[in-house]
Ligand binder design. Structure first.
Ligand SMILES: Nc1ncnc2c1ncn2[C@@H]1O[C@H](COP(=O)(O)OP(=O)(O)OP(=O)(O)O)[C@@H](O)[C@H]1O
Ligand SMILES: [Mg+2]
Length: 410
C-alpha cells in the first residue's frame, strides 16, 4: 500500500474522470470517435501533469482501440516501425470499424523529447510513419513551439491542453483524501493546489508526500512545500522585497509573492547582512527578523490571527532604512529547501508515531491525539513533574520525549 503512487492509483480510467480541459477532451474524443477524422495524426500538447497521457489511454479504452506505444528509438529504426506499424495497418484506418477491438493506434508520447535529442531525422522518421502507415497516430508533447516540431505540426490535428483549474484540483485532492481516509484542513488542500500551478500530477504527489504517514494534513504541513514557481524566482522575490521604498510596499510585495513563508524567512536571514552595511540598521533588521521568527513559531496549527504579526515583522526587516538601499547580489543557497523538507519529514514521522501511541492508549483517533492531547502532553513533559509514569504508560522513547518537550509549535 505504501509503495503505491497515488498518481497511478488514482489515474483516471475513463474520459469523464479526467478533470478540466473540456475543450481538448471533446476534440480528442471526436477525433478518436471518428466524428471528425480529418487527420490521421493528432498532437496533444500542453504543460506537464494535466492529463494528456491519461486521456489517450482512457479514450482508447472507451473506444476499443489498442494502444501501441512507441518510443524514440522505435521511430529511428525501420525494422521496429515495421514490426509495430505493419500489423496495425492491416486493420482498417479510423473509418470503417465494426469489431470489438477496432484496431491499433500508435502512441508516441513525449515527442518533443525525440525532436530535442536528435539533431535531425527524428521528426522526419515520425512523419514517414504517419505517411506510410494507415494506423492512426497519437502524439503528446510539452513544448509545441519547438522549431523541430514544426513540420510535424503541419500534418497533425493540434489539441491544446492548459493547466488545470485550481478548484478542480482541490476537488480531486479532496476525493483522494476521502478514499485514503486522510483528515485534512481545507486550506491545506488549497495551498497544495495553488502551489502546483495547475499541474495535477505534482499536486497529487505533494498530497501523498505530506499526508500519507500520519493520515492527517494540516495547513502547517504544507509550509515545507517547495516553491514550485515557474514565474517568479526567489531572486526576483528578494529583489522586489529589498528594493521596496516603504513598509507598505514591502508588505504588498510579500502579499503578491508565492514564496513559502519558511523559505522566505530563511533566505531573508541569509541576505540581511548583505543588505545592511550600517551596523545599527543591521541590528534593527535582525530584531524584526527574530520577532518574525517568534511569531512564525507561535502560529502553529491554529493561531492564524498571529499571521499578521509575522508578516508585519518580515516587512519591517526590509524597510529599516529604504534610503540606504543599494542593489546587491543575493545568496539563494539551494540546500535551504532540502533542510526544510528534511526537518519537517523527520518531525512528521516522529509526531505520527507519538500520536499512534496516544491513540492506542487513550482510544482516540490520531487526529484527536495530535490536536487535543499533544499540546497538553508537551506542557506536562516540559514541567517535568512526575512524568515518568506517563512516559511509561504511553511507551514513549526518550527521543520522543525530547522531541515533544522541545516542540515549539502547538
Ligand atoms: N486531468 C486530470 N484529471 C485527473 N488526474 C490527472 C489529470 N491530469 C493528471 N492527473 C494525474 O496526474 C498523473 C499524470 O498525468 P498524465 O501522465 O496524464 O500527465 P501528462 O499531461 O501526460 O504529463 P506529461 O506532459 O508530463 O507527460 C495521472 O496519473 C493522474 O493521477
Ligand atoms: Mg504524458
Amino acid at each position: 500500500m505504501k509503495n503505491d503512487l497515488w498518481v497511478e492509483k488514482y489515474r483516471p480510467t475513463t474520459i469523464k474522470e479526467v478533470i478540466g480541459n473540456e475543450e481538448a477532451k471533446t476534440l480528442f474524443t471526436e477525433w478518436i470517435g471518428n466524428k471528425k477524422p480529418l487527420k490521421k495524426a493528432v498532437l496533444l500538447y500542453g504543460p506537464p501533469g494535466v492529463g494528456k497521457t491519461t486521456l489517450v489511454n482512457a479514450a482508447a479504452r472507451e473506444y476499443n482501440f489498442k494502444i501501441i506505444e512507441m518510443n524514440a528509438s522505435d521511430t529511428r529504426s525501420e525494422k521496429a516501425v515495421n514490426r509495430i506499424a505493419t500489423p496495425a495497418s492491416s486493420f482498417t484506418g479510423l473509418d470503417k470499424f465494426s469489431s470489438e477491438i477496432k484496431g491499433n493506434m500508435l502512441f508516441l508520447d513525449e515527442v518533443d523529447g525525440i525532436a530535442g535529442n536528435e539533431d535531425r531525422g527524428g521528426v522526419n522518421a515520425v512523419i514517414k510513419i504517419i505517411e506510410n502507415t494507415r494506423t492512426p497516430i497519437i502524439m503528446a508533447a510539452n513544448d509545441p513551439d519547438l522549431e523541430k516540431l514544426r513540420p510535424l505540426k503541419k500534418i497533425c490535428l493540434l489539441i491544446r491542453f492548459q493547466q488545470a483549474r485550481i478548484p478542480l484540483i482541490i476537488m480531486a485532492l479532496k476525493k483522494i483524501c476521502e478514499q485514503e481516509q486522510v483528515k485534512y484542513e481545507f486550506e491545506a488542500l488549497e495551498k497544495i493546489a495553488l502551489n502546483s500551478q495547475g499541474d495535477v500530477r505534482s499536486a497529487i504527489n505533494d498530497l501523498q508526500g505530506l499526508s500519507e504517514e500520519g493520515k492527517i494534513l494540516t495547513l502547517q504541513d504544507t509550509f515545507a512545500l517547495s516553491l514550485r514557481n515557474k514565474n517568479i524566482s526567489m531572486d526576483e522575490t528578494l529583489k522586489g522585497y529589498f528594493a521596496a521604498k516603504n513598509v507598505a510596499e514591502v508588505a504588498s510585495f510579500l502579499n503578491s509573492s508565492d514564496a513559502e513563508y519558511d523559505d522566505l524567512l530563511m533566505v531573508i536571514g541569509d541576505n540581511v547582512a548583505r543588505r545592511y552595511t550600517d551596523i545599527v540598521e543591521l541590528a534593527k533588521a535582525y530584531d524584526y527578523l527574530s520577532q518574525a521568527d517568534v511569531f512564525r513559531g507561535r502560529i502553529g496549527t491554529e493561531n492564524w490571527h498571529l499571521f499578521k504579526y509575522f508578516y508585519n515583522n518580515l516587512a519591517q526587516v526590509a524597510a529599516v532604512n529604504p534610503e540606504s538601499y543599494k542593489p546587491f547580489e543575493f545568496i539563494t543557497p539551494p540546500p535551504i529547501r532540502v533542510i526544510t523538507l528534511f526537518w519537517t519529514k523527520t518531525k512528521r514521522t516522529m509526531l505520527a508515531s507519538i500520536c499512534t501511541k496516544i491513540g492506542n492508549q487513550c482510544h482516540v483517533s490520531k487526529y484527536e491525539a495530535k490536536m487535543i492531547y499533544v499540546p497538553y502532553l508537551r506542557l506536562m513533559l516540559q514541567q517535568k513533574n512526575k512524568t515518568n509514569t506517563l512516559i511509561e504508560w504511553l511507551k514513549l522513547t526518550s527521543e520522543e520525549v525530547t522531541f515533544l518537550t522541545s516542540l515549539k509549535m502547538f
